[in-house]
Write a protein that binds this ligand. Sequence first.
Ligand code: PMP
Length: 360
Amino acid sequence: MKRIVNFSAGPATLPFEVLQQVQAELLDWNGSGMSVMEMSHRDKEFMSIAQAAEQDLREVMGIPANYKVLFMQGGATAQFSFVPMNLLRGKAGADYIVTGDWGKKAAKIGGQLCKVNVAASAEADKFTHIPERGSWNLDPDAAYVHITPNETIHGVEFHAEPDTAGVPLVADMSSNILSRPIDVSKYGLIYAGAQKNIGPSGVTIVVVREDLLGETLPKTPAIFDYKQVADNESMLNTPPCFAWYVAGLVFKWMKQQGGMTAIGERNAAKAALLYDYIDSEPFYTNPVRKADRSRMNVPFTLANPERDADFLKGAKAVGLSGLKGHRSVGGMRASIYNAMTIDGVQALVDYMKEFVRTQS
Ligand code: PMP
């Protein structure tokens, strides 16, 4: 077996130890005589898996008791609609801060259900920075302020929570959840698709302050209603059991790694290794303002874009995969989520150096 170094933006690399555990437990989970894929979600075996996953997530992320944790389906994309369905609470609209394509999509889909005020956007600058907080045109009567703390395509990240003057902050954390310590109490709602830092695709995590629940738009189906999902422990219908189980193993792995502080430090070191090299070598460019650079997704371009295909081909030949940039921006992108090792990032830097050497 030869595993590649996987820089895919998502679904993405998972911790090797977790995959090994999944393999060991695949045919017979904990003496049950069956795989987690074959269990009834109502059986005590799966209930214990589900509850342990929530407890471990609460512990590792520091989720206060007045927040509900939901395990939903439909990806972050479904949350673009569920958020306004659930959080408008009689108000007419919400503020959106657009820092990349994902925030733009959230605003567009949110706009189908409520009045969306794009309070700030960096689109005119090709999403290369977070607009200054002072320039935001927030509506004091907004139901919530929506941000995308990490823009997966453009590699732009908030490094602190913005002050929203008491209006609930809603965050699409799909690509940087659990990558460093955060103060959950600063958020009204956090959502994230699992397939970057949490586990396989198919499960979506929602962390929501409970006082925001219970006032959905008329005709909101029960399965999209956070309160009803919470009251039924995310089991109104059959949940994505296997993805939930693997997510639980990843939360345990995070605790073993030393929790958010240790993981955050390692992520900072990995990102610094790559950005420092890119900044030192004129052949490569990252366009994002330094203070707003993502520690999870590092886009970069080559001085000579005609060499892009050769770069990718050579990378693949030495076992480095998933480096092609998103089709909307081109160039390269290295996604270096929690499960990417520092050795993996070092291997990429070594390859990038070697590629430059072969240019002359
Ligand atoms: N938001 C962000 C920040 C993302 O990176 C992605 C997926 N790459 C999405 C939303 C969409 O997620 P999903 O495919 O789970 O709907």
